[in-house]
Design a protein around this ligand. Sequence first.
Ligand code: GAP
Length: 530
Amino acid sequence: MACQARIGRSENTETMANQDEFFKKVVAHAKEYGFIFPSSEIYDGLAAVYDYGQLGVELKNNIKQAWWKAMVQMHENIVGLDSAIFMHPRIWKASGHVDAFNDPLIDNKDSKKRYRADVLIEDHIAKIEEKIEKECEKAHKRFGESFDRQQFVTTNARVLEHQKQIDEIHERYAELMNANDLDGLKQLILDLGIVCPISGTRNWTDVRQFNLMFATKMGSVIDDSDTLYLRPETAQGIFVNFLNVQKSGRMKIPFGIAQIGKAFRNEIVARQFIFRMREFEQMEMQFFVRPGTELEWFKHWKEERLQWHLSFGIPADCYRYHDHEKLAHYANAATDIEFRFPFGFKELEGIHSRTDFDLSRHSEFSGKKLQYFDPELNESYTPYVIETSIGVDRTFLAIFSHALKEETLEDGSTRTVLSLPNKLAPYKAAVLPLVKKDGLPEKAREIQHLLMPDMMMQYDEKDAIGRRYRRQDAIGTPFCITVDNDSIVDRDAEGRANDNYGTVTVRHRDTMQQERVSIDQLPAYLKAKL
Ligand code: GAP
């Protein structure tokens, strides 16, 4: 199945309007079924901060476990770390965050709304991209199956004109960003005729820089020297522990240190649900290599990380690489793995070749030599680093939004189903007694307890069986186990043996097919499927 609009099972490319509609359904579904709630909701919420509910925390933990397993458990040369959120303030000076972790801001004088100048420009580019999509959509309808998108986008005059516009804006924008030219950014916004979405006017202030780190104070004396920052990335905790881990773990290069943890950024444009949050979680791995080998390792990790995403069974055309042409001054290669979110392709994960920048800077600022003695070369050097950095919340959003479908069934009814990868589903199976009597609930409870040590289980005896199936479909439970009379009665009224005695019906979420499985075989049966 290709990556496409799933609510309504449209075969067409999404339009902006039904993308928006679908995204609203994602947010509403997440809340209704206990995946994600707005933070502090009874106090009217806190912008861009969210709480994970009873099902959300399960899905989130499963994502983290899948990452940890792939990165740490499956690599003997990668070990874990859990560093503190609070760190010495000089770390952020050394890393460059105090001086350069800024967003360019601009205010609209009429609406008094504040925007990120770069986001205004990117949104403008996205609108032109949308025009290209519409041209493709129209051509697809016209040519049907024989439509060749690649050929169309490289030959159609209107598409080429749009693409030219995009390339020109990109080029000018990248130059301005690299030169930190704030006046130039304002001029670009004016030249592109970008208006404030609220007031509709072009009455903009100058662009100025805004640091994204949250500052706080430690201890009882309040002065500048004890300003601490909530970490904006987990990576620095890894760099400053490089020697501790390398020496205590007797690690030999190449090796990696992986960490999952909270990060905080005072995002100005915090929107799109859990895509851009002020408090979020990252899964980062820093891989330390011999200088000169970093680009090979960069290629390796770029491929390996994409394979991890594909391992969830989401179609490959939902992902794409975005190689950075303009690099940060310390990087010699960088790429994003982008995902086709309901609001378009956006960054999901970054893979960066960070050279020896971080270790060198921490050596300089701390006065401690952060080097590695390479016994094969018989020399010491500052290792180079390949970083893989992914947001837990963005991964959640990618997987959740891709899984949510509204299907029209053969009888014309609809069902909402969350086709999560089995290994990520919050509950692996639900046990449902067909009726609430005749010993069926007792048998169902027995089965629940049989399976509970191995997997998250739900028990549900309320409402008609069809409604219970729908409830489990909506929360992504891959298997429903229905206990009926045949499960517990060994002979019928005439004394004939019941072939289905000791079996239950297992219903599959995605196909809705049902099969009889012996209760004794259930643990092995489910483990194999999961
Ligand atoms: N250490 C490198 C680093 O932090 P980044 O591109 O700024 O790089 C890495 O962030 C990943 O963290 C992103 O690809 C994204 O998945 C996630 N992320 C960043 N900012 C986020 C935010 N405000 N809300 C949610 N996730 C975010």
